[in-house]
Design a protein around this ligand. Structure first.
Ligand code: SAH
Length: 344
């Protein structure tokens, strides 16, 4: 039977109707789960006892188990969540001045094989379902509810390539965006991709106000292919037109992610090449300080280089910011906690 977390309100009403139950039960359930934060049928007192007893088998409702929890001094919380089949995924809460963002994983492991990333240390086992992604957000919401706070932003930037699990990710977005469910504004949701062109094209046609981020990390095909195997399939000269087309179709500003790796892609030459590549595009560059992964030999760019890189972009009219770092005292680098747990 499908999880309650796998439905938007409309879908839930339809499902219940088809099961011979009243559609309004769907409204009541959405209200309990998403507005009142109750993740168990027993306390849902406006439902009859008989209904409460049959619901668990008709429509299972449970959150993933919190297998590990790490709290950083800056308020970042990293969860290692265990799904029903035993798979473990990482979910992170990051606290910005403008709100609470949850970083959601889209797959168990990842097959993209980026040279600098810890997630890829464990190959993809499967995609996560929409319900499992909703479960990640609710697991964080549950913690925030203790202090009467709420999840305001969702970034699909955890382990996995979201566009490699396109349908479930889109369904997940519709559920959390639903005003009767979590009601996270589309503009507060960001999907990050390593550059799967067919899905970028499809995403542009969805008519959503959701943000797209592209993990670029290099401004030339040669350099990018060395860091990201996906560039071998979807080269830069095909990717850039697809991104421009996406911006045109969606009217949305694109986020360009660029990890700064010492002596690899952080020179002024690199900054100039990046500025040339992006000139005229509605986008801004998010410079990411590399989060060292012990299994990888890359090093972080010194701060002074990061500064110079950013200034070089700004000087050429390209908008750029340096990404704020979270949880540096815990295993906050992408995939680190999960990889470590797996080694044990
Ligand atoms: N597969 C998607 C989303 C997951 S990765 C993508 O590639 O965009 C999310 C972001 O974290 C990507 O920009 C990725 O390149 C970056 N990242 C991966 N490992 C990192 C590390 N060790 N330090 C900093 N950023 C990293």
């Amino acid at each position: 039977m499908p999880s309650l977390l796998s439905f938007t309100r409309e879908e839930l009403r339809d499902f219940l109707k088809n099961q011979g139950r009243p559609a309004y039960l769907g409204d009541q359930l959405c209200d309990w789960v998403y507005k009142k934060g109750v993740y168990d049928y027993a306390p849902m007192t406006n439902l009859s006892k008989a209904v409460r007893e049959e619901l668990p088998s008709l429509l299972p409702l449970s959150l993933p188990k919190v297998f590990r929890r790490q709290d950083a001094k800056d308020g970042t919380i990293k969860l290692l969540l265990e799904m029903e089949d035993g798979s473990k995924v990482e979910t992170v809460l990051m606290r910005y001045d403008y709100g609470n963002a949850v970083c959601v994983s889209s797959e168990v492991g990842c097959s993209m094989g980026c040279a600098f990333c810890a997630s890829g240390l464990l190959k993809k086992e499967r995609g996560l379902t929409a319900a499992e992604m909703v479960g990640q957000v609710l697991s964080v919401q549950k913690i925030l509810s203790e202090t009467k706070e709420r999840v305001s932003h969702v970034v699909i930037m955890g382990t996995g390539e979201p566009f490699d699990n396109y349908e479930e990710v889109m369904h997940f977005i519709r559920i959390i965006n639903d005003p009767k469910c979590l009601e996270i504004g589309a503009r507060h949701i960001t999907v990050s991709t390593c550059g799967l062109i067919p899905q970028i094209e499809r995403f542009g046609k969805e008519g959503l106000q959701v943000n797209l981020a592209i993990s670029l990390h290099a401004a030339t095909q040669e350099k990018r292919a060395r860091l990201m195997p996906v560039a071998g399939f979807y080269p830069l000269d095909k990717l850039m037109p697809a991104l421009k087309n996406y911006i045109e179709e969606s009217g949305r500003r694109l986020t360009v992610e660029y990890i700064l790796l010492k002596d690899v892609n952080d020179s002024l030459e690199d900054a100039k090449a990046l500025a040339d590549l992006l000139r005229g595009m509605l986008c801004y560059v998010n410079l990411i300080p590399f989060n060292p992964v012990c299994e990888k030999s890359f090093e972080r760019s010194p701060q002074i280089r990061v500064r110079a890189f950013k200034d070089a972009l700004l000087k050429r009219g390209i908008n750029a910011t340096v990404r704020k770092e979270f949880g540096t005292d815990i295993d906050a680098a992408c995939g680190q906690l999960r990889a470590k747990e797996n080694k044990k």
